[in-house]
Structures are given as structure tokens and as C-alpha cells.
Design a protein around this ligand. Structure first.
Ligand code: FES
Ligand code: MG
Length: 580
């Protein structure tokens, strides 16, 4: 039997001339579907994260229509279905809180339905990892189609970048440099078209990660959302997934250890978001690939950052696409021998290198040559020490070089509310050399691990012209943010990590070169403080009910990808039982 004659998964539903087959087909026919749609052709699920509450994905009904055209053209039968949509801008307490929930929705929707292969429509930050996690746990053939970035923001005659400009302007308001009215007038100009954040934030980073992992067609990451070529890509992806279904090109054939190594290297080259460290770990865990936080040091660290995009650099995603997009970056890396596994297979059936070796590069300012990088030694810096025994991360390309080795006294905030209450207090004992420390913003502590790690600086220091300080927390930060910010401290404070017992005035040492994050107290003092903390915790009331309880009880720490402990792993797509 050749691959093309392989009996597809959907035949278990639609392929039988019996009572069950009748039921599966008959109800589907109420949508006006003809008999021949059930003749054994591939049934292609289109997993849609469309929602008007996820503005970044609000154009996805149109995107899905173009995928369908491609599926029909290639002889498949497309079926679109909705899944939980994680919108970064609206969801409280943070879209991260529901990433795993969305992944469960995706996994069970795919496994339980007559789907042979799936197109994952993703955009806003968490939708990309959530859908890849869910699909990876089923290990069906899958292709990612991203929604694409927004056009460049425009304000007062200049380009402004999603998110990044918010951090910049809000600090200027606090420093008294612009009025609140001027600040708010940038709102409409920042988000003036369909699409995801146009900076190299987490959405663009994860779109680049998907392309580097080989689960998209080339150029998926960068084509603007409103560019007609985005819809061509959706169409072509729809055509290709039909072949992938027939040839059984499952995710496990693409999402190999080699693919993840390529993605880590690419993350350094693009100046990608710190959030990628969490999401790639979670995706790898679902498909059964071993990935450690230290892989970011051994594979990524030291790779030059070539892409000059905000927040690390100057430009936005529009320029990135016009300059050549991700294939151009892959070409640069490959020519320098910096692509770890050029032979990794991708969704179009070609290797990563076949797809990129001749990629045109149109603008050396946006996609810099190796000799003229934005940052010579990019990548994520993984830190360890008695303050973060299981690791923490910092993004050097978005930090102030002179602060990458720093010793300062801790100014401690017990949680984000405490920070908000006291940061503007003129009496706050803090100077530019202090280290701002925030606790209880990790996966369990917030819960959901919100993007609050890039704490705004004390207004009195902003007014003095201070632009950056070392900050340490168990939180995440938006991929659009910047600063000398130590994130993802593990274990988190709420889980009893040493961060929980840092006190005002403790000396903290950050040394990125050495990968060290240290609090200057001896082991005996640390042990005593932790014991005291444990006693105090025992007196606190327990968790709430509902999803929050499930979340807090089962979420893994940042270095483990923040997946739920019971979701790690691939469970395949078999469902022997019928519904009636
Ligand atoms: Fe959705 Fe940035 S808020 S991509
Ligand atoms: Mg974000």
C-alpha cells in the first residue's frame, strides 16, 4: 500500500456503511455537504483562534476562508472549528493563565473529531504555543499559519512599535516629559491595522520560532497581516496540508531535537522574546523532546543578533518582511555555519536550508550582516545561583551593557500590588544602584506568571534621568519590553524559592558573563529564613476553587515550561470508542 492509499483516520468515522457511519455522516450533511466529501479524502481541521476579544486574531475568519480554498483545491475537505482564544491585551490576570487550558481544548478537539490533519491559525502570543502544544500531544500532521503582524504604528509623523512605545511613553509621562493627553493620542496610531504586535515581541518571536521549527511554509513569520501575500500563504498552506495528511507528515517528524536547536539559535539572531524559553520547553515536552534551560546557553548564547527590530533595535516587522524575512536570517546563519541543523525537515517537504539558501536579502540595516551585528553576543542569558537554583533568564540585547555585571542592595516588593503602592513614594529608599526585587509573580504566585517583571522605575529616579536599573522577579515580561530585567526566577517565591526570603538591603550580585545571580547571605542564614517562611505559609489560607485551583496545583515552574504536570507528553490520536 502506498502512502496515498493509506486509510485515513477519518475513515473510522465516515468510512463505515453501518449505524455509526450513518450518524457521523448524516449530521454533517445538515451543512449542505455532498456525499463525495465522505469518499475517503483527507478531512482537514482548521483550528481557529478567531475572537473579537483577541484583536490580534480578529481577521482570522478571512484567513480561514483562504486556507479552505487551498484545501478544496488540493482535494481535501476542510472543517473549521473554534478553540479558546488567548488574547494578550485583554485577558486578566494574564493570557498565560489560560495557555494550558487552550492547549487542552485543542488536543481534545483534534483527538475526538474526524480530523486527519490540522491547520493551526495562530497569532497573538499564547495562541502559537497553545495550539502547537495541543496538536503535538496528538501528533497528527499539522501546519501553522500565523495571522501576521500589524502595519507599522504611526504617531506624530514617526513609526511607533506595538507595546514598546507604551513602555517608552508611560515612562516619559512619569518623568514629566510629555502630557497624559499626548500619551493617549498615540493609541489609535499604534494599532492601525489587523494583525499582531509589529515589534519583535512574543507574537512575532513565536511566529519566527514556528518557521524555524519547520512547522510553517517559508515566510510565514513576517508577511504583514493585511498584505495579500499573507492570504496566498494561507491558501498554499491549505493545499500543502492535504499532501501532509496523505503522506502522514506528523508533527513528530518536524518537531525533533534538531528543530528546537535551530529555533534556539534563530531566537538569538532575531533578538527574540524571553517568553520563547518557556513556550519552546512546553512544546518540546508535549512531543517528547528533551530540552533544558541550559540549552539556551550552549546553543543560543553568543550568537550575534542580526535583526534590528524593536525592542532590541530600531525597526518593525513590516521592514523585516521587506528586507527578506526569516529565510534571509536563516541564510545569514547558514552561510556563517551557525545553523545547527540545516537538514532539518520542514512542512513543505524541503529542508530548512533548501528553503533558505538562496533567500534574497534586501536591506542590510534591518537584517544585518554577520560583521555588523546589532549585538555581537545575543541570545538569552541563563542565570543561576543561590537566588535562582533552577535558573532565571535575562535578554542582554534589550539590557544596558554596563548593568550586566552589577552589585546592588535589594529594594523588595512583596508582590505587584505592593510594588504599585510604593514605587512612586518619594520616601522610598532607592537609588540608581539599587536592585528592584519583586516576589510572588510566578506561575503559582500571580497566578499565571504575568508580564510585570519589567517594573517601571521609581518616578523620582526617572526625573533624575535614570533610564535603567537591575530588576529581579519570578514574573515574565512582554516580548516588547526592555531593560536589565532578570525574569523567570525558579523556583518562584510562592513555591518556596529563595526569592521568597530576600530582604531590603540584602546585597544582590548579577553577573551575566558568569551566568550568576547571587544573594550575599550565607547558607545558614538562607536555611533559617526559608524555615521561617515555611512556618508563615502554613498559617495562610489555601487556594481558591475552579480553574485557578487546578492551575496552581499542577503548573510547573518556568524552567519546566509552565505546562501542567499531567499534560506533559504525547498521547497520540487514537480513540477506539464510538460515541453511540
Ligand atoms: Fe496580541 Fe501583542 S497583544 S500580539
Ligand atoms: Mg506580549
Amino acid at each position: 500500500m502506498t502512502n496515498k492509499q493509506r486509510k485515513l483516520r477519518s475513515a473510522q468515522w465516515f468510512g463505515n456503511a453501518d449505524k455509526n457511519g450513518f450518524m457521523y455522516r448524516s449530521w454533517m450533511k445538515n451543512q449542505g455537504i455532498p456525499d463525495h466529501a465522505f469518499d475517503g479524502r483527507p478531512i482537514i481541521g482548521i483550528c481557529n483562534t478567531w475572537s473579537e476579544l483577541t484583536p490580534c486574531n480578529a481577521h482570522f475568519r478571512k484567513l480561514a476562508e483562504h486556507v479552505k480554498r487551498g484545501v478544496f483545491e488540493a482535494g481535501g475537505f476542510p472543517v473549521e472549528f473554534p478553540v479558546f482564544s488567548n488574547g494578550e491585551s485583554n485577558l486578566r490576570p494574564t493570557a498565560m493563565f489560560t495557555r494550558n487550558l487552550a492547549s487542552m481544548d485543542v488536543e481534545e478537539s483534534i483527538r475526538g473529531n474526524p480530523i486527519d490533519a490540522v491547520v493551526l491559525l495562530v497569532g497573538c502570543d499564547k495562541t502559537t504555543p497553545a495550539l502547537l502544544m495541543g496538536a503535538a500531544s496528538c501528533d497528527v500532521p499539522a501546519i501553522v499559519v500565523s495571522g501576521g503582524p500589524m502595519l507599522n504604528g504611526k504617531h506624530q509623523g514617526r513609526d511607533i512599535g506595538s507595546g514598546t512605545v507604551v513602555w517608552q511613553l508611560s515612562e516619559q509621562v512619569k518623568a514629566g516629559k510629555i502630557t497624559l493627553h499626548e500619551f493617549m493620542s498615540a493609541e489609535a496610531g499604534m494599532s492601525r491595522s489587523a494583525g499582531t504586535c509589529n515589534t519583535m515581541g512574543t507574537a512575532s518571536t513565536m511566529a519566527c520560532m514556528a518557521e524555524a521549527l519547520g512547522v510553517t511554509l517559508p515566510h510565514n513569520a513576517a508577511i504583514p497581516a493585511v498584505d495579500s501575500r499573507r492570504y496566498v500563504l494561507a491558501h498554499l498552506s491549505g493545499m500543502r496540508i492535504v499532501e501532509m495528511a496523505l503522506d502522514d507528515v506528523r508533527l513528530s517528524k518536524l518537531l525533533t531535537r534538531e528543530a528546537f536547536e535551530n529555533a534556539i539559535r534563530v531566537n538569538a539572531a532575531i533578538g527574540g522574546s524571553t517568553n520563547a524559553a518557556i513556550h519552546l520547553k512546553a512544546i518540546a515536552g508535549r512531543i517528547g523532546v528533551e530540552l533544558q534551560l541550559d540549552d539556551w546557553t550552549t546553543i543560543g548564547r553568543g550568537t550575534p543578533t542580526l535583526v534590528d527590530l524593536q525592542p532590541s533595535g530600531r525597526y518593525l516587522m513590516e521592514e523585516f518582511y521587506y528586507a527578506g524575512g526569516l529565510p534571509a536570517v536563516l541564510r545569514r546563519l547558514g552561510e556563517a555555519g551557525l545553523l545547527p541543523h540545516p537538514d532539518a525537515l520542514t512542512a513543505n517537504g524541503h529542508t530548512l536550508w533548501e528553503n533558505s539558501q538562496a533567500a534574497p536579502i534586501y536591506n542590510d540595516e534591518v537584517i544585518r550582516p554577520l560583521e555588523k551585528p546589532l549585538v555581537p553576543d545575543g541570545g538569552l542569558c541563563v542565570l543561576r545561583g543561590n537566588l535562582a537554583p533552577n535558573g532565571a533568564v535575562l535578554k542582554p540585547s534589550a539590557a544596558t551593557p554596563s548593568l550586566l555585571k552589577h552589585r546592588g542592595r535589594a529594594v523588595v516588593f512583596e508582590n505587584f500590588d505592593d510594588y504599585k503602592k510604593r514605587i512612586a513614594d518619594p520616601e522610598l529608599e532607592v537609588d540608581a544602584s539599587s536592585v528592584l526585587v519583586m516576589k510572588n509573580c510566578g506561575p503559582k504566585g500571580y497566578p499565571g506568571m504575568a508580564e510585570v517583571g519589567n517594573m517601571g522605575l521609581p518616578p523620582k529616579l526617572l526625573a533624575q534621568g535614570v533610564t535603567d536599573m537591575v530588576r529581579v522577579s519570578d514574573a515574565r515580561m512582554s516580548g516588547t519590553a526592555y531593560g536589565t530585567v532578570v525574569l523567570h526566577v525558579a523556583p518562584e517565591a510562592r513555591a518556596g524559592g529563595p526569592l521568597a526570603v530576600v530582604r531590603n538591603g540584602d546585597w544582590i550580585e548579577l553577573d551575566c558573563e558568569a551566568g550568576r545571580l547571587h544573594i550575599d547571605i550565607d547558607d545558614a542564614e538562607m536555611t533559617a529564613r526559608l524555615a521561617e517562611w515555611k512556618q508563615a505559609q502554613a498559617r495562610k489560607p489555601g487556594e481558591t476553587s475552579g480553574y485557578a485551583q487546578l492551575y496552581v496545583e499542577h503548573v510547573l515552574q518556568a524552567d519546566e515550561g509552565c505546562d501542567f504536570d499531567f499534560l506533559v507528553g504525547c498521547r497520540g490520536a487514537d480513540v477506539p470508542a464510538h460515541s453511540h
